[in-house]
Design a protein. Structure first.
Length: 266
């Protein structure tokens, strides 16, 4: 193959890419997965129903913490901070902006939706359709710099989900019991913590500003542990996203009576 060169010395290639593999498959699957989660999330957020199973203390993660007067009896574990504002402002909308802000500004998710929705670029060695590139220096992408602050908000939310998993160890008679829903909630909160702590901002906060690790052995140990998690950040991002959706769906099905919770004991 021959190609002429311009003043810059770069080959003039009219094709968008010379790649012959299915480079488009990854952004396509990413777009499909994220779209499915968004659609499910919108439906659940505005349905405002089937999120609490009182006999087993199962609270759907989309509605945790439930802080509104609209919360059903027993679901408001931390009080009712906000009035009932009707169907347009359901209980999840008081917390979801912080959770979604954390994920939306996440370094991995930026790559995911930049490539899949904005095609910027869709894949390595594939030209993007945009005429110019301004990076994250202008509105609205300059808001990506708030990721560290959304991380601080994500920590207490993960703590609340941990509390939800603990109180889910409730038996039908009020004692201790374990059901399939209990195990699902425990796995979900473990993945939530793993994803949250594997965040690049968490890694930087723990040890990014240290000049001498030898003077801070505890922080160094934390930094090395978080660095290992950070290497799996993409996998944890997807695993925790899928886990949240499946946990919420399971609680919704049990709360609506479609499924009966499988009890391991009591």
């Amino acid at each position: 193959m021959t190609a002429s060169t311009g003043p810059t010395g770069r080959a003039r290639i009219e094709a968008r890419t010379l790649r012959t593999d299915r480079w488009w498959l990854s952004p396509l699957l990413t777009a499909a997965g994220l779209t499915a989660f968004v659609v499910y999330g919108l439906v659940r957020t505005f349905s405002n129903a089937n999120y609490w199973v009182p006999q087993y203390n199962y609270l759907a993660p989309f509605y945790s913490p439930c802080l509104s007067d609209a919360c059903v009896e027993g679901a408001a574990h931390f009080g009712r901070w906000f009035p009932d504002l009707g169907w347009l402002i359901t209980p999840p909308l008081f917390v979801l902006p912080f959770v979604l802000g954390f994920r939306f500004t996440c370094y991995y998710y930026r790559k995911a939706y930049y490539r899949s929705f904005w095609l910027s670029p869709p894949a390595c060695a594939v030209a993007e359709p945009h005429a110019k590139y301004t990076g994250e220096r202008r509105f609205p992408l300059v808001m990506q710099n708030l990721h560290r602050y959304f991380f601080y908000a994500a920590i207490p939310v993960a703590g609340v989900l941990t509390y939800d998993a603990v109180i889910a160890f409730k038996g039908a008679d009020g004692g201790v019991g374990v059901g399939l829903g209990t195990l699902i909630m425990v796995v979900n909160v473990a993945l939530i913590w793993a994803y949250t702590l594997s965040c690049h901002s968490c890694r930087h906060i723990v040890g990014g500003k240290l000049t001498h690790f030898s003077r801070h052995p505890v922080r160094y140990r934390l930094w090395t542990t978080i660095s290992k998690l950070n290497g799996k950040h993409m996998q944890l991002a997807w695993a925790s996203l899928i886990s949240v959706g499946l946990t919420d769906l399971y609680v919704a099905l049990v709360a609506s009576g479609v499924l009966t919770d499988l009890r391991l004991f009591n």
